[in-house]
Every structure is written in C-alpha cells, then in structure tokens.
Design a protein around this ligand. Structure first.
Ligand code: NAG
Ligand code: NAG
Ligand code: NAG
Ligand code: NAG
Ligand code: NAG
Length: 488
C-alpha cells in the first residue's frame, strides 16, 4: 500500500529533498500550491508517562492560510500517511480547490516515522525505538497538533475536517471515530479499512489488479499469464542466462529464491500501474504516462517476444527515467510484510513494521483468480517473517477491534470514496451505511483520483464525486458551527 507507497523512493529524484530550515516558505512554480513547512514539538509517547517522560520530537507539517477566512473559516487537515508529506500535498490539489471555495486553512501533517518526522532520528528503526510507531500514537499526534495549532492560530471556532487517501484515508476515518469532538467529518478516499483489518477475501487485491488489465482486453491478461508461464518454464529448465538476457537483469538468477524475487518485482509493476491508472500522466510514486494500464497492454501485445514485452512493461515503472541499464532484482524491489510492496528507503522500513503489527495484508496471487504466479502470504508466513525481522508477533484482529471493523453504523460524517479501477476499492466501504456514512463510486477512477486537482481529462464521475464531497463537507462545517454555538 504500501497500500501504498510502493516505489516512493524512486520519486526522490522528482521531489528533491527539502533540506531547508523549518518555517522556510516553500514556493513552487507553475501555480502549484504554496505551503509553509513547519515543525511541531510532538510528544514521543502519548500513552506511557513513565517511559520517556515529556520527551518530544519535531513533527513536520505544511500549512497555508492563503484562502483562510481568518478565525472562522474551517480547517482542512490531511492526516499524513506512509511517506514524505510533500508527496501527498503536491498530489491532493482537490483539497486546495475546496479550500479556496470554502475559505479554509489547510494543514498537511506528516505521519510519525516517515519523511522527516523521525522521533529518534536515524535510530528510529532500531528495536525498541520503532515500537512507538503505532496507529494510535499517530492519531494522538494529530489530535494534539490540531488542538494546539488551533489555539496558536486563534482558530478555536474553526470546524476541522480530516482528509486522507489510502492509509491516510483510514487515518481520517479513525480520527472521526476516536475524536469526533475534534474532527467534524472525514473524507476517506480509497481507504481499504476492511481488507487491512483482515476482513475480506485474500485473493481480492490481485484479482482486481488483473481485472484492470483484462478490462483493456482479455488478450492482455492472456499475454501476461503466458509471459509468466514462459518465465516459469525457463526457470524450471534452469535456463537462467536466457532469463537474464530476455529481461535485462543485472545478474542471472541462480536459485528458486531469485525467481521468486523476480516474480515479486514484476507483479509489483502491474500493481502500481493498476493503482495509478490515471487518465493523464502523473509524478506520484514515480512517473507514469496517461492511462498506464492501456499503455502496458499495448506493450504486452506489441512485440513478437513475450518476455521482451514483459521487460518493457516493467520498465514503465522501474525505468521511467530511461536511465536504468539493467534490472537489479534486490535493489528495485524489496519483499516485505506487505505483498503489494513497501517501497524503498526509511519509509519502507516504517511501513513494513506497521504491516507486521496492526495493519494486516495477507493477500495472495494464485494464477487462477489472477494473472500472476502463485505467491501466497499467509498469517503463518507473516508471523514467521515479522518475528524474525522486527521481533514482533502480529496481532490479527487488533485493528478490527480498535477501529470498529465493519461495524461502523454508530459513526457519522464520513465519506468513503472509491474508484472502480482501484484494486484497493473492494477492501473498503462500497455502500452507504447511513445518511451520514456515504459511499461514493467513481467510475473510471483509480487510487484516490478525487483528491487530485481538477484536470481536463477527468471523467464525469470524479467531477460529480468532488461536487458531492464539497456539498457534504460544507454541510458538516455548518453543523459543527451550530454545535460550537450550543456548547459554548
Ligand atoms: C520536561 O520536564 C523537565 C522536568 O520537569 C523540564 O525541566 C523540561 O523543561 C520539560 N521539557 C519539555 C519539553 O516540556
Ligand atoms: C540519516 O540517514 C539519511 C539517509 O540515509 C542520511 O542522508 C542522513 O545524513 C542521516 N543523518 C544523520 C544525522 O546521520
Ligand atoms: C531503460 O530505458 C532505456 C531507454 O528507453 C533503454 O535503452 C534501456 O534498455 C532500458 N533499461 C532496461 C533495463 O530495460
Ligand atoms: C499457471 O497455471 C497454468 C495452468 O495450470 C500452468 O500451466 C502455468 O505454468 C502456471 N503459471 C505459473 C507462472 O505458475
Ligand atoms: C459501488 O459499486 C459497487 C461495486 O460495483 C457496488 O457494489 C455498490 O453498490 C456501489 N455503491 C454505490 C454507492 O453506488
């Protein structure tokens, strides 16, 4: 999911490090949103008064008041997810458009243990320091940050709406569940709150990735299946030099483990293109052309040699720069506790740890309900990996207990939006649960397309979805003002 952030580190080149002092005003060219980058002095451990006393760390956030009707306009608060917060801020233009309409203050908060918000600096991923990386701590961070910033900014009377995409969308839901007095409502875009809580079919994710390619043409799915079949036959013959030559690998595979790694790397490329199947080219988690699934299918069906086609398709993800001389099996993709990918670098360590603790992602491909080689990731395999890697035993069922699982009808003011092209969609809430728990379907939409800024290539469905979201949010803001008046 990473849910999400499978190749974040590849984007390092696109979004160069922001090595600027805190509070430095960041400006972007071509009409990009402008934010001030700041740091909030955050409590390291909200739940154990004894362990670290009053120790704090610097948590990064981005803020802009350029649209804000001072002291009474709402606050739009993005509950940052598993990556550098700039990445999300620069790919969530809808929040800025809505802020302009509704005169809102906008804050994008970075999740602890990601980007520059490392509670123990470069030591954050040691054991036991990593132990304070939990969903509960992250939510408490946001609750404290919202409360203190509102005081500092003289915004006590400003209703707060939480926004988030993917895992960030899950966090915006949880904020509304845990702190309904602080957050008046939540827009949870593409938030797989069910599948990551162990609810649902473990085959769903890769089946839905496959469906995207099949939808372009059944022949596309067939070509992918056949390419993997050729690969498997070559592996069974131990014809490793053939595999290396056909797929431009830096090194020939030399074991079943290497072949497994190769399968994972290739499957991950298809996964990303399905998630990021936007109707225009994007620079989110790497660079992709418009309609990448269609382009991938054209590539898979383009040349006479299936393995060459497969290589070029994977190149769309790993070689978007055109500068990659060969595919290095173990540096381009790292297997982790999230079979949809953890990405690379520090952020991937943090996500791997989360996938080893609260977030459950035991998804499998099986070469029957999907087009990929059979690769299972069972709860037993997860237990084994996680105890070895992080010294932890995952607790299946904890997230479900803590954040209500699929028993959400006692909640209110949440929008669950999902695009039908997004393989995460069916891991989320697809039907409205009450008049204030509203599911929105975005036909032709990929992973949180609705959070992105308006684009000439947008399908009608997303234009409609954003309009509906704007109306609901405006109504929640109004309701919250009434509540404030009645309670003060
Ligand atoms: C933490 O507590 C100590 C002892 O009471 C105090 O001196 C220090 O200023 C506190 N630090 C913060 C960041 O509040
Ligand atoms: C922490 O690690 C990052 C990435 O590896 C590196 O760029 C940075 O210099 C390190 N910082 C310190 C203080 O060691
Ligand atoms: C990456 O792209 C360039 C330019 O198209 C190409 O020459 C190179 O062979 C590609 N690398 C791989 C590993 O396919
Ligand atoms: C997928 O299943 C087919 C039919 O059983 C089999 O022939 C093929 O080898 C399998 N492909 C892979 C990559 O395992
Ligand atoms: C959205 O689409 C799903 C899957 O096609 C369907 O089950 C669901 O009823 C739809 N929900 C709404 C709110 O239209």
């Amino acid at each position: 999911m990473s849910p999400i952030l499978a190749v974040l580190s590849l984007t390092a080149a696109l979004f160069p490090a922001h090595g600027l002092p805190s509070a430095f005003f960041q400006s972007r060219t071509d009409g990009e949103p402008q934010f001030t980058e700041k740091y909030f002095s955050q409590v390291v451990d909200h739940f154990n008064f004894n362990s670290l006393g009053n120790r704090t760390f610097n948590q990064r956030y981005l803020i802009t008041d350029r649209f804000w009707r001072r002291s009474s306009g709402p606050v739009f608060f993005y509950t940052g997810n598993e990556g550098d917060i700039w990445e999300f801020a620069l790919n969530s233009g809808f929040i800025m458009e809505l802020a302009a309409q509704q005169e809102a203050l906008v804050i994008f908060a970075e999740h602890r243990y990601y980007g520059r918000s490392l509670p123990f600096g470069n030591n954050s991923f040691s054991i036991p320091e990593v132990g304070l990386l939990t969903v509960e701590q992250a939510l408490a961070d946001y609750a404290l940050m919202i409360t203190e910033l509102k005081l500092q900014l003289g915004a006590a009377q400003s209703p707060v709406i939480a926004f988030g995409g993917s895992y960030g969308g899950m966090l915006s839901v949880y904020m509304r569940l845990k702190y309904p007095n602080i957050v008046a409502g939540a827009l949870a875009a593409s938030a797989p709150i069910l599948s990551t809580a162990g609810l649902g079919d473990p085959r769903q994710f890769f089946r839905d990735v496959t469906a995207d390619f099949e939808r372009v043409s059944p022949a596309c799915r067939g070509a992918v299946t056949a390419a993997f079949q050729q690969l498997r036959e070559a592996a069974e013959r131990r014809d490793y030099s053939h595999i290396q030559a056909e797929l431009s690998l830096c090194q020939p595979p030399s074991s079943a483990q290497d072949v497994h790694q190769l399968y994972g790397l290739l499957r991950n490329a298809f996964t990303l293109m399905a998630m990021l199947d936007y109707p225009y080219s994007t620079h989110f988690m790497g660079s992709l052309p418009a309609n990448p699934v269609k382009v991938a299918c054209d590539t898979m069906l383009g040349g006479p040699d299936l393995l060459t086609n497969l290589r070029d398709t994977a190149g769309m993800v790993y070689n978007s720069s055109g500068l990659l001389p060969c595919f290095d099996l173990y540096s381009l993709y790292v297997e982790c506790a999230d079979p949809t990918g953890c990405g690379l670098g520090f952020n991937s360590l943090a996500w791997d740890y989360q996938a080893c603790t609260e977030i459950e992602m035991c998804y499998e491909s099986n070469n029957v309900t999907d087009m990929f080689p059979a690769m299972t990731f069972t709860e037993d395999a997860r237990q084994l990996y996680c105890s070895k890697r992080w010294g932890v035993q995952p607790r299946p069922g904890w997230l479900r207990l803590q954040f209500w699982g699929d028993d959400l009808s006692a909640a209110s003011n949440i929008i669950f939006s999902n695009g039908d092209l997004d393989p995460w969609a069916n891991g989320g809430v697809r039907t409205s649960l009450s008049p204030s728990l509203i599911a929105i379907n975005i036909s032709g939409g990929a992973h949180h397309l609705d959070l992105r800024g308006s684009n000439a290539a947008d399908p009608e469905s997303v234009i409609k979805a954003r309009k509906m979201e704007a109306e609901l949010i405006a109504a929640w803001v109004k309701m919250e003002r009434v509540r404030f008046r009645q309670s003060h």
